[in-house]
Design a protein around this ligand. Structure first.
Ligand SMILES: [Zn+2]
Length: 416
């Protein structure tokens, strides 16, 4: 009798929740769920750098080559490429913005990147033509602005341009004064066209996906990306269109889910595991915990780990590589059916999960990923509701619905 009462109560609760949140439930259910867990390693800011960068990158790639997924593929670094840095000598003599290009001026790191592509350990993705606003940089240079003092005083400053004042690192905005102002449409078109052509020349194939420097971009930038056939945009789960008077990022939209679409039909991807040890904020343990939350939701695991973790002191580099090594071991040992992918490959899979995975930079092909079905999908769906919506989680606890949900989730994982 008591059991019947509880079942009746739960049924009434589910009916009420359905009436209240029907659209949310349907949209969440219609997202992509993976039985084979995609694992991406997204590393921003690779590009022009000192010769020792080539050695550091090689160490990182050699570590990745030791990890294998269930298809036999090694771990793959999605290297988010900056294609140029300021040519300080020419800016000083000519007064206008001038750039040094990755392929022409930095042969050591360029060759290591190309070797990584051939070995299928590295896949390039466009980050930006450069990681700053060229016109603003040249103007501040002419004005002897103190924010460029280090750039003027250090011979190979471009090896650690990440030390530049943060608002100046935006590419599609001018951050020389706050609030930031977006670049005008003609300039956006120029730099995106040049970036697309330069990327194709350097790596032999176009970048069909991208991530904006500092996560700062707008509809206008997406429109210009679209004209260059960029079909996927990597995010940190939100888009920022600028920074306000006090430097805070303006988020629009504030929440992006994997597979959401831009106005131009581009697929958004989302980084959900932070491994930035040089910042001192993330540890291997915190990254493993984030990876597990993604796995429970049958979602891709997208690890963010920037170049500067590997290009500052030797100790920081070896610690960062050792930590990433432990993180990848934990992922491949803890979760069944892991698949290493680049971001562009994940975007292809999201467009059609029956498609085999193709690395367009070296022609290598890998089997299609299996979607999650049945109880595994239902459990992952419930985990997505639980992790994203506090009210629903609270209602689950208050009504006791968390108990059958927990059973579905646990058995779904076991049988998935
Ligand atoms: Zn960056």
């Amino acid at each position: 009798m008591a059991i019947l009462f509880i079942l009746g109560f739960w049924s009434a609760c589910i009916a009420g929740l359905w009436l209240w949140k029907k659209e949310l439930f349907i949209s969440t259910w219609n997202e992509a769920y993976f039985a084979d867990t995609p694992v991406l390693i997204e590393s921003d800011d690779w590009g022009p750098g000192a010769e020792f960068h080539a050695d550091r990158l090689q160490q990182l790639l050699d570590m990745l080559a030791r990890h294998r997924d269930t298809a036999g593929r090694n771990a793959v670094l999605t290297a988010d490429m900056v294609l140029a840095v300021p040519d300080l000598e020419r800016i000083a003599s000519e007064g206008e913005y001038r750039r040094k290009m990755l392929d022409a001026d930095f042969p050591a790191i360029y060759q290591t990147l190309k070797d990584g592509i051939a070995r299928d350990i590295l896949t390039p993705q466009l980050h930006g033509l450069e990681h700053l606003n060229g016109a603003a940089f040249a103007r501040l240079y002419r004005q002897d602005d103190p924010r460029l003092a280090a750039a003027k005083a250090t011979a190979d400053w471009w090896s650690d341009w990440e030390s530049l004042d943060s608002p100046l690192q935006g590419h599609y905005v001018d951050g020389s004064a706050l609030p930031t102002s977006p670049v005008d449409s003609a300039e956006a078109q120029n730099i995106i066209e040049l970036a697309a052509a330069s990327f194709q020349r350097m790596f032999g194939a176009p970048s069909v996906s991208t991530v904006a420097p500092c996560y700062l971009w707008s509809d206008n930038i997406e429109a210009h990306w679209s004209k260059q056939n960029i079909i996927a945009i990597q995010t940190a789960g939100y888009r920022c269109t600028g920074r306000d008077q006090s430097g805070h990022y303006r988020q629009d939209p504030p929440i992006i889910r994997v597979g959401n679409k831009s106005r131009f039909g581009q697929t958004y991807l989302v980084r959900n595991v932070m491994y930035e040890p040089v910042d001192g904020k993330n540890t291997v343990a915190s990254a493993i915990a984030e990876a597990e939350i993604a796995y429970l939701q049958a979602a891709p695991i997208s690890i963010s780990t920037h170049r500067y973790n590997f290009t500052r002191s030797e100790t920081e580099c070896s610690n960062a590589i050792a930590g990433l090594d432990r993180l990848l071991s934990a992922i491949t040992n803890s979760f069944p059916r892991v698949r290493f992918l680049s971001s562009a490959e994940l975007a292809g899979t999201l467009s059609d999960q029956s498609l085999e995975v193709i690395n367009r930079f070296n022609g290598k092909r890998w089997p299609a990923l299996n979607p999650a079905r049945g109880q595994r999908k239902l459990g992952a769906f419930l985990y997505r509701l639980y992790y994203r919506h506090r009210k629903l989680a609270l209602i689950g606890y208050m009504t006791g619905l968390c108990l059958p949900a927990w059973i579905i989730c646990k058995t779904g994982i076991k049988n998935g």
